[in-house]
Design a protein around this ligand. Structure first.
Ligand code: FEO
Length: 381
């Protein structure tokens, strides 16, 4: 492996997953990486591991730099399996290593992999001295699991916040100044929208807490994607903006259609809003990934959702979209609903009920049209 150096004796030892396209429902069109870091000092620490299927590559990357048996610490910032499922294999070789985790992390390690680890728990502010370097820990519960924590290399001011500030982006490059900045921010936005969107208040409080602890990173090294070293303040500011749901004069129309009636309604809404100077994004399910729709919704002021009625209820693609959207709890948005039906209807009513139950700000009534909007069928697809 070519050595990837974050600072003297601090290395990226992760792996690139070029082929992953579905990350438990999140469509990762540009693949991903599982980042792990190795710090060599009087004592040697590995920060996080990788997904089990890449464990051989991780072990090779480590052994290119140190004898794995001599690892002193394995830091587990987060137990989700994309970062911890190689832990048993690494720990088997690093027989004398102490595993470092939060209290909840310890529980999760035991519940995932059994009790056979030498685990030392840490709390916010605790430090471990490796030699010249100090590792300081910051618990980050529910960002995004109860066990989550950040590791900070004090002397080099490198923050390793695991999932926070990541992107699903496979690349032969490792640093932000080496990749297309637009692609990088697109993937960082998609990642935030699809994973971290409901955690906005926690995120802004955690960023403030980290600042109050005197942590001012010059490098942010997340567990997925590209490492921020040219301007880490940019991604921190983006997280603060996203966490406040800063929005613009933008409408997202999400719909699906059976025989074109809901499609016609969607286009009419699109034309009307655009004629008023609103930026409109029209997104048809079955032609668009929900992952991309949720990303567009992040900075939209309004979302209107259209569904034909099928079996007296919501069309299945819209039901799946609403399940994800209500779970991610986007705030500061107006929601509207529309759709077509043949006889009894039900889709619009059910969508409104679902949205109100989730606490969305719903514009009522919805718009429903029987059969064909202007009484005239036209081939629209
Ligand atoms: Fe990348 Fe929460 O795992």
């Amino acid at each position: 492996m070519n050595k990837v150096t974050l600072a003297e004796n601090i290395y990226w030892v992760g792996v690139v997953d070029w082929n992953i396209r579905d990350f438990h429902g999140y469509v990762t069109k540009r693949g991903s990486t599982y980042n792990a870091y190795l710090i060599r000092d009087e004592k040697t620490a590995l920060v996080d591991t990788v997904k089990y299927s890449f464990s051989g590559e991780l072990l090779r990357n480590i052994s290119d730099l140190v004898d794995t048996q001599n690892l002193d610490y394995i830091i587990v910032n987060h137990v989700e399996m994309d970062h911890s499922s190689s832990l048993p294999l690494v720990a088997k070789q690093a027989k004398n290593a102490t595993v470092i985790a939060s209290e909840k992390g310890k529980d999760a390690i035991i519940e995932h992999y059994g009790p056979e680890f030498n685990i030392q728990t840490v709390k916010t502010g605790d430090e471990i001295q490796l030699g010249k370097r100090t590792l300081r820990f910051v618990e980050a519960p529910m960002l995004h699991w109860p066990d989550s924590m950040f590791t900070y290399v004090v002397e080099e001011r490198i923050l390793m916040p695991n999932d926070a500030f990541g992107q699903h982006l496979a690349s032969s490059q490792r640093f932000d100044d080496e990749v297309d900045p637009h692609v990088l921010m697109e993937e960082a936005t998609t990642y935030y929208a699809n994973i971290l969107m409901p955690l906005g208040p926690l995120i802004s409080r955690k960023i403030q807490e980290v600042v109050n602890m005197g942590i001012s990173p010059t490098v942010i090294a997340p567990s997925h994607g590209i490492i921020w070293r040219s301007n880490p303040g940019k991604i921190i500011q983006s997280y603060l903006d996203w966490s406040k749901f800063k929005s613009k004069n933008k409408l997202v129309i999400v719909f699906d259609t059976m025989w074109g009636s809901t499609d016609k309604m969607a286009r009419a809404i699109c034309e009307g809003a655009a004629s008023e100077g609103v930026e409109v994004i029209l997104m048809k399910l079955r032609s668009t990934e929900i992952t991309d729709i949720l990303t567009e919704i992040l900075d939209a002021k309004a979302v209107v959702v259209g569904s034909p009625t099928l079996n007296n209820s919501i069309f299945p693609t819209l039901a799946a979209f609403l399940t994800l959207a209500t779970g991610l709890k986007p705030k500061n948005k107006q929601w509207g609903f529309f759709g077509s039906y043949g006889w009894g209807g039900g889709a619009v009513r059910n969508m409104i009920e679902t949205a109100k139950k989730a606490g969305f700000e719903v514009h009522e009534p919805g718009i429903e049209v029987k059969y064909v909007p202007d009484g005239r069928f036209e081939k629209v697809f």
